[in-house]
Write a protein that binds this ligand. Structure first.
Ligand code: FES
Length: 634
């Protein structure tokens, strides 16, 4: 079988002839950026063939790459198949990069520290002929004496009983017992020699389809001790949710379970190394993931979610011991997974809701989580409506000529001088631009409307006599960065086709928000707060999101970015047992609306396929702004 060697790291994979370079890269452990799921549509899986034999259609490449790039061996990893031994260079931009992690999460300081696990240091009186209390009873009485739970409420697993007598005697009857609150009472998780009360840790995890993020916190004072992220190793079994469920159906469930646990463990290990923490001292792990990810992690068959009548096996919060599912923490540590509402509104969205606090307030809030798919939730402490749909990859940089994920070199903010049409931009990590990520694309469209370069349908006005406004090889385009400013040796542009794709993505999200408002008998004026969550939540310009009609128009001070709500929610549920306890109740209060069968959604979507909308009365401030721009332009 041929060997594929991937540069610059010289990772190798031996694969059957006919394997795509993408699959070989996965086999070699390289997480490639496959925005379109490997369908040859996004052009983001660029690799360079250095030598060897591969087979591909050159026309597929011409759509995305320049003649110079093709002469250097450029091809699409998802389209090219391996014929013989091959050496392939994978540029950094073709790999999924680690997420930026904000070390302390805004707002966490206000969450009271009320963990569900405690350590009790006890000095016990040794037994004697006058005091023949058994070891366990002696220990539990000692724990009660330290303000712990009463002995009859604490369950002690057999494995702890098996090592208890040695630990008590070796330590001279000075031990620390770890006790957790579990459904139905308390559980004795561990007994250590001496005083270990200063070392009690917990982990919060966001188990995403693409990436995993982990936080390790001290549960004695709530501090963040370390964070880490890595990609989800299940990518080797399928890029998206559907392909993973299909893999599970073909006897792949235990493999996916193992890969989910390994992905979490990779993050936990890097974080524990960085924080100097022994994984054995992590006694609680709280995990937020979508419904399929949660099923797979727990080894529960998700097959019935993709066939009529599309039901999950379980929606409620589940708990199990870390050792049972292979999580790298103390083997008795409790692992808690967030509950779900439906196949599409999973634990990650419940975590968003927890992070936003919308379920605790009287005012009506709208929460929107944006990725390739989007989820929206509308409601307050008494009721909530939710829906989900496909936004398409455009807002994450897919189906956009120079679109890219929010990785180093991505243009993340843009302004355009309306008089000179000169853009000023900033890139992630401040390096030369390589492309434009979601927040930059939203800025760009808003600025192009303000500068009257595009109209409300997204058409570029080619009558403008300016070098940045030009015809382009396929579509009219606007030059955001000249070749000499970029790190890719070509002009970075946004084309009319890109703008059309972005309008369709934003229309799906806005249409969904309006459908929820309709169902609740409300209008945008009734929304007290809008929360953004998801990949670009932290970096999104709220004003520009409203200007393009991504979300309903409300006063700007009512819009809040909550960033990665899934990891924030997991952190909250880790440090505060009362908030964790409320999760099942939140999930039960949410009604799911299926957009595909909701007749008004299509109308709402079509009306939203304009900038910002066909009905400008819904966007009064944007309307004023547009009129002012037009007046300025004469
Ligand atoms: S992943 Fe290859 S073109 Fe999209």
């Amino acid at each position: 079988m041929p060997t594929a060697t991937f540069l610059p790291g010289y990772r190798k994979a031996v694969v059957p002839s006919g394997t795509t370079i993408l699959d070989a890269a996965r086999a070699a452990g390289l997480p490639m950026n496959v925005v379109c799921g490997g369908q040859g549509k996004c052009g983001k899986c660029l690799v360079f063939i250095k030598d060897g034999t591969v087979s591909f259609d050159i026309e597929d490449c011409r759509r995305f790459f320049s003649n110079n790039e093709i002469a250097s061996g450029a091809c699409l990893a998802c389209r090219a198949t391996i014929v013989g031994d091959v050496r392939v260079e994978v540029p950094a931009e073709s790999l999924i990069q680690e997420q930026k992690i904000l070390v302390e999460i805004p707002g966490m300081k206000e969450v009271p520290l009320k963990p569900a696990v405690w350590k009790y240091e006890v000095h016990l009186t040794p037994p004697s002929l006058d005091d023949t209390t058994p070891d366990l009873a002696r220990l539990l009485e000692g724990i009660e004496g330290q303000e712990g739970p009463p002995p009859n409420r604490i369950y002690a697993p057999l494995e702890v009983l098996c090592y208890l007598p040695q630990v008590l005697r070796r330590s001279g009857w000075h031990v620390t017992g770890t006790v957790a609150l579990v459904p139905g009472g308390y559980r004795l998780l561990n007994v250590d020699e001496g005083d270990t009360t200063g070392r009690l840790y917990g982990a919060a995890v966001d188990l995403g389809t693409t990436t995993v993020v982990a936080y390790i916190r001290s549960l004695t004072d709530g501090r963040v001790l370390a964070t880490a992220s890595n990609y989800n190793r299940q990518i080797s079994c399928g890029e998206d949710i559907l392909s993973r469920v299909n893999f599970a159906r073909k006897s792949g469930l235990s493999r996916l379970q193992q890969l989910a646990a390994e992905s979490i463990n990779e993050s936990l290990k890097s974080a524990s190394d960085a924080g100097g923490i022994d994984l054995e001292e992590i006694f609680e792990v709280v995990i937020a993931g979508n419904t399929v990810m949660t099923h797979l992690l727990l080894g529960i068959d998700p097959s019935y979610m993709i066939a009529e009548p599309y039901i999950p096996v379980v929606r409620r919060m589940l708990s199990t011991a870390a050792g049972r599912i292979g999580i790298a923490a103390h083997r008795n540590a409790g692992v808690y997974t967030f509950p779900a509402v439906s196949n599409f509104i999973g634990g990650d969205i419940i975590a968003d809701i927890l992070a936003s606090g919308m379920a605790d307030r009287d005012e009506v809030s709208l929460m929107v989580d944006i990725g390739t798919n989007f989820e929206a939730v509308l409601g307050n402490r008494d009721w909530m409506l939710s829906c989900a749909g496909a936004a398409g990859p455009a807002l994450e940089g897919g189906e956009v000529l120079f679109g890219m994920r929010a990785n180093p070199g991505a243009i993340e903010r843009v302004r355009i001088d309306a008089d000179t049409l000169t853009p000023s931009y900033s890139t992630i990590n401040g390096i030369r631009p390589r492309g434009i990520c979601g927040s930059g694309l939203i800025d760009l469209i808003a600025e192009l409307i303000r500068a009257c370069v595009i109209d409300r349908t997204g058409q570029i006005n080619l009558e403008i006599d300016h070098p940045r406004v030009r015809k382009g090889p396929y579509h009219p385009e606007f030059v955001v960065a000249w070749k000499k400013e970029t790190s890719i040796g070509k002009d970075i542009v946004i084309t009319e086709n890109d703008i059309r794709n972005l309008i369709m993505s934003k229309a799906a999200i806005h249409g969904a928000c309006m459908t929820l408002l309709d169902a609740a008998g409300l209008t945008p004026r009734d929304i007290g707060r809008i929360y953004f969550s998801g990949a670009f939540g932290n970096y999104l310009n709220k004003e520009n999101a409203i200007t393009i009609g991504l979300i309903p128009e409300v006063p700007l001070e009512r819009v809040e970015n909550i960033g990665n709500g899934a990891i924030t929610g997991a952190n909250i549920a880790l440090v505060n047992r009362e908030r964790r306890k409320a999760l099942d109740g939140i999930a039960l209060r949410i009604t799911y609306i299926e957009l595909n069968t909701e007749p008004s959604f299509m109308d709402r979507y079509t009306s939203s396929c304009f900038l910002p909308h066909t009905d400008l009365a819904l966007f009064p401030h944007v309307q004023q702004m547009l009129e002012a721009c037009r007046a300025r332009q004469g």
